[in-house]
Design a protein around this ligand. Structure first.
Ligand code: RB5
Length: 152
């Protein structure tokens, strides 16, 4: 049986409807989904959900995550503050593919006020279906970890 990755989802109030749509699509495709919220249109703070989501990746609850806010940018800034997270805010297929292949990104950030459901779902699919290429890219990713370690 195909071994599908476990996916963590998080969003703020601007992103929760798109996050719910992505959750439904992933479940239909047989992915195991952990949804850390938010689950209402009530205003909330994106750093809270970025941190919850990334923690679930770092503790192994999921292998990859998708974060949704209005632009995807606030989520990506918050996520990239966390050691071990390589978050990429993407709105095109090429970037979503190559941030997995070359950067070993573990978090995709998207903007619900930027993208329609169709493109958002295509971005999520290519992100989770693309594998890290390793090789020279592994050396560069290790250099990112070195930068994190120097900040400690
Ligand atoms: C919320 O209004 C909005 O600022 C937030 O969703 C996000 O776009 C921040 O980067």
């Amino acid at each position: 049986m195909e071994n599908k990755k476990k996916i963590v989802l998080g969003a703020d109030h601007a992103g929760y409807l798109l996050k719910n749509f992505i959750a439904e699509q992933l479940k239909k495709e047989g992915y195991e989904v952990t949804d850390v919220g938010t689950n209402s249109p009530d205003s909330c703070d994106y750093p809270v959900y970025a941190e919850k989501t990334c923690s679930a990746v770092l503790d192994g609850t999921g292998e990859l995550a998708v974060l949704v806010c209005g632009t995807g940018i606030g989520m990506s800034i918050a996520a990239n503050k966390i050691n071990g997270v390589r978050a990429a805010c993407c709105s095109d297929i090429f970037s979503a593919k190559f941030t997995r292949a070359h950067n070993d990104s573990n978090v995709l950030c998207i903007g619900a006020r930027v993208l329609g459901e169709g493109l958002a779902w295509e971005l999520v699919k290519v992100f989770i279906e693309t594998e890290f290429e390793g090789g020279k890219h592994a050396r560069r990713v290790a250099m990112l970890t070195d930068i994190e370690n120097k900040q400690k």
